[in-house]
Design a protein around this ligand. Structure first.
Ligand code: AMP
Ligand code: MG
Length: 361
């Protein structure tokens, strides 16, 4: 492990989680203040000792992450929340009991032991207990709290495989633990519990209604719904452009008043746009479902999942956005995936990737 940190000259080791040497190597890197990418059930995380400001600073350097964008602290025991947070309200306890380990991050007032370098200067701390066995093992065996944002270069789609991590992080971090493709594919739901009424700062796999079943009314950060640029999202990371592929991505959505016939209209509009761009010499990709794929004329039809099954779309979305870069396409047209309970979390990411460029048909 390189202790003199230069974010561009590290010998990165990729190790399968099943390899008996993998975990000890990752633990040793973390204990020495190094960086380890590891699988979680949501996306791959880029971990460092959360209580060591110098180690946390390396995460920002490796990702090119703005310093005001705080990190989520990962723990393996519920009781550790009381070490990190100065006040743990009853609703937080109820959420921890209902959803941990799992894809839910809670925001609480921080204790002094959590350095400003981990929380981007905020007096609050984001905490999550992941359910992926390799993540839990790493946290337990290291005996540390692990600060870990997604293991991508800032602005790129979050990694859902170790290969994605390697694309962005080779030579910049110490170890990549390869645990295969992740299950969920989009980042955790973030809930702020520092106000009387809890609010969702980032939508995710745990939906508003799932939360409300446990703790009653939950708000959604107005900056997530209203695109007024003067509203500042309460999760600093939500204000940044994210996931944007190099090609220009446009989402084509149905006018809700048109009902079922709208799918055909969306396909027609995307095919017209495709034809127009191809005739001008551009390369085009289309993002759709398995069900609608046969109807598109593009040479690059990318299948995100199955119609109406949000979880299949969430699992594939980021790798498809990365694939658009690999294919070097100039224009990308995506159907809107407002499918089921996960729809708002998927659309939040897709619209960010599209820079909010939408055509309504
Ligand atoms: P990532 O782990 O890359 O998905 O990024 C973590 C997300 O959590 C970012 O959007 C952060 O802005 C958000 N976050 C982390 N800590 C806090 C906090 N104390 N208050 C509000 N948002 C936070
Ligand atoms: Mg991220």
């Amino acid at each position: 492990m390189n202790t003199n940190y230069d974010p561009n000259s590290i010998n990165t080791i990729i190790a399968q989680v099943e390899n008996e040497n993998a975990l000890p190597m990752a633990v040793s890197a973390l204990k020495q203040g190094g960086l380890v990418a590891f699988p979680t059930e949501t996306v791959y995380g880029l971990g460092a000792n959360a209580l060591d400001e110098t180690a946390a600073a390396k995460i920002y350097a490796a990702k090119g992450r703005p310093s005001d964008n705080p990190l989520i602290v990962h723990i393996a025991n519920t009781k550790d929340v009381y070490e990190l947070a100065s006040n743990v309200p009853e609703k937080a306890v109820m959420l921890m009991e209902a959803f941990w380990p799992g894809p839910l991050t809670i925001i609480l007032p921080k204790k002094d032991i959590v350095p400003d370098g981990t929380t981007g200067g905020l007096k609050t701390v984001a905490i999550r207990m992941p359910s992926h066995p390799a993540a839990l093992d790493l946290i337990k065996k290291s005996g540390l709290y692990i600060a870990a944002p997604s293991a991508n270069t800032s602005g790129r789609p979050s990694p859902t495989t170790a290969l994605h991590v390697a694309e962005d992080m080779m030579g910049k971090i110490d170890v990549i633990l390869d645990g295969g493709a992740v299950g969920i594919g989009i980042e955790s739901t973030i809930v702020d519990l520092t106000d009387d009424t809890p609010s969702i700062l980032r939508p995710g796999f745990v939906t508003k209604s799932m939360l409300e079943n446990v703790i009653g009314p939950v708000n959604i950060d107005p900056a997530l719904i209203n695109l007024d640029p003067t509203l500042r999202p309460k999760a600093p990371g939500m204000k940044y452009t994210h996931y944007a592929p190099k090609g220009e991505l446009t989402v084509v959505e149905a006018d809700p008043s048109k009902g079922l016939s709208s799918t055909k209209d969306i396909i027609d509009v995307i095919n017209e746009l495709t034809e127009d761009k191809i005739s001008q010499g551009y390369k085009v990709a289309v993002i759709t479902t398995q069900d609608n794929a046969p109807f598109y004329i593009s040479n690059n039809v990318l299948i995100a999942g199955e119609e109406g099954k949000g979880e299949t779309i969430a699992a594939k979305l980021y790798s498809i956005l990365r694939q658009c870069d690999d294919l070097n396409v100039d224009f990308i047209y995506s159907e809107a995936f407002n499918h089921g309970e996960l729809g708002s979390a998927i659309m939040n990411r897709l619209l960010k990737a599209a820079g909010q460029r939408v055509i309504t048909v």
